[in-house]
Design a binder for this molecule. Structure first.
Ligand SMILES: [Zn+2]
Length: 184
């Protein structure tokens, strides 16, 4: 089953917004994978990639669930701003897990944390070079607690063809902090 809907981010100390979401429920049981695009609203390739991917996932052949956040940061996407929200001046990618009573970026982060990330077994937060950047492919990853998971994750990354890998030991619900500090 494929369901597309909007997550409503209600008005708070500033105007609310919406987050377009697709959930693809497979025919069989399995893990939940969340794919998040548009945390930085000027980074269009991940947004386009999920639009293409949505039609390529066949629920009948899927075991588990895929959740797609098509544009996490709608104010930045519509406002065409690099890094920062045009509403509150905050970088959505730096305010997770967010706040229910915060500014719009913090409320977006709270909505995605509670309605997407906490429901997922795996989360891929998709980025690309922002409007002023040219990046080589790489990934950030929280270092798992055990070696078996670490090895399995390294194999997964190799299958993606990623050229670099970054690691950081973080508490749950924290995201890596700097886009440049941790490249290997
Ligand atoms: Zn980004």
């Amino acid at each position: 089953m494929i369901e597309s809907r909007m997550i409503e981010v209600p008005d708070g100390i500033d105007a609310g917004t919406q987050i377009p979401l697709t959930t693809i429920s497979g025919a069989g049981p399995g893990p939940v994978l969340a794919l998040v695009a548009g945390n930085h609203g000027y980074e269009y390739p991940p947004v386009l990639a999920l639009q293409k991917l949505r039609s390529q996932v066949a629920p009948a052949q899927l075991s588990g669930t895929v959740i797609m956040v098509h544009v996490a940061n709608m104010p930045s996407f519509v406002g065409r701003t690099v890094y920062f929200s045009p509403v509150d001046g905050k970088n959505l990618n730096r305010v997770y897990p967010g706040r229910r009573d915060g500014t719009v970026s913090e409320r977006i982060a709270f909505a995605i944390t509670t309605q997407v990330i906490e429901k997922a077994d795996y989360v891929l937060d998709l980025h690309c070079g922002d409007g002023n950047e040219s990046l080589r492919p790489y990934v950030y990853q929280v270092v798992p607690a055990d070696e078996e998971t670490e090895c399995r994750d390294r194999l997964r990354l190799a299958r993606f063809g990623l050229h670099a890998r970054s690691t950081e030991r973080l508490a749950p619900n924290r995201f890596p902090l700097s886009p440049t500090d941790h490249l290997e």
